[in-house]
Design a protein around this ligand. Structure first.
Ligand SMILES: [Fe+2]
Length: 213
């Protein structure tokens, strides 16, 4: 049954087959196994089915994904900052909060240039990267070693954002959306600077402290 429902074409065929009276009991309820299967189908459809109609559509979806990613990271930053030992790292995270708010503003300005309202598209990559960061924050570890691990987790997030902003800038250029490309470039530069600052902090202080444990 699972293999049968493994492609979107088959999913639709299966749905049609079960639209008749066999799909419900006398009270109008679906049998439990069928209700579960429909729920599974719905989940699969929402998560796996993606339609990209054009490069303009792709650009918009990139903006929506970044808008979601930045909002998620902004929510998370205070709890990460609370758990770090190194004062310079805590300051760097406070700076990141301010930059992330600014990047969200830029994305809202980019949406305004498209004539559409800002909208979030769930960013699975950022969800996973934040989950990993949360695991590091909650880990039983020496505080100095944990700081080193936190920097590594944040740099993975920075590298994801660098890739996303770079691609979005390029799509904007190709779509002749120069204003959006400029906004993406500003955030791309900020992400790159933040990544380099974290590398410097790790190499000069945090990793050295962790190595003494
Ligand atoms: Fe960011």
């Amino acid at each position: 049954m699972l293999a049968f429902a493994n492609t979107s074409a088959n999913r639709f065929r299966f749905k049609n087959v079960n639209c008749g009276t066999l799909a419900v009991d006398d009270a109008g309820h679906r049998p439990c196994w069928l209700a579960n299967l429909f729920r599974w189908e719905d989940t699969m459809g929402r998560q796996d089915h993606m339609e990209i109609k054009s490069l303009e559509d792709l650009l918009l979806q990139q903006l929506e994904g970044l808008y979601d990613a930045e909002a998620r990271w902004l929510d998370q930053l205070p709890s990460v900052a609370e758990c770090v030992e190194n004062e310079s790292l805590r300051s760097a995270l406070a700076e990141q909060s301010a930059e992330t708010s600014q990047q969200i503003n830029r994305l809202e300005n980019a949406f305004a240039l498209t004539g559409l309202n800002p909208r979030r598209k769930r960013c699975e990559a950022m969800k996973g990267l934040i989950r990993e960061c949360q695991q590091v924050v909650a880990a039983a570890a020496d505080p100095h070693v944990k700081d080193a691990a936190v920097i590594a987790a944040i740099q993975k997030i920075k590298h994801y954002e660098i890739a996303a902003y770079g691609a979005t800038r390029n799509f904007a250029m190709r779509c002749e959306q120069v204003g959006i490309a400029d906004l993406m470039q500003q955030s791309l530069d900020e992400e790159g600077d933040a990544d380099q600052a974290l590398t410097s902090l790790a190499e000069k202080i945090v990793n050295a402290n962790a190595a003494r444990i």
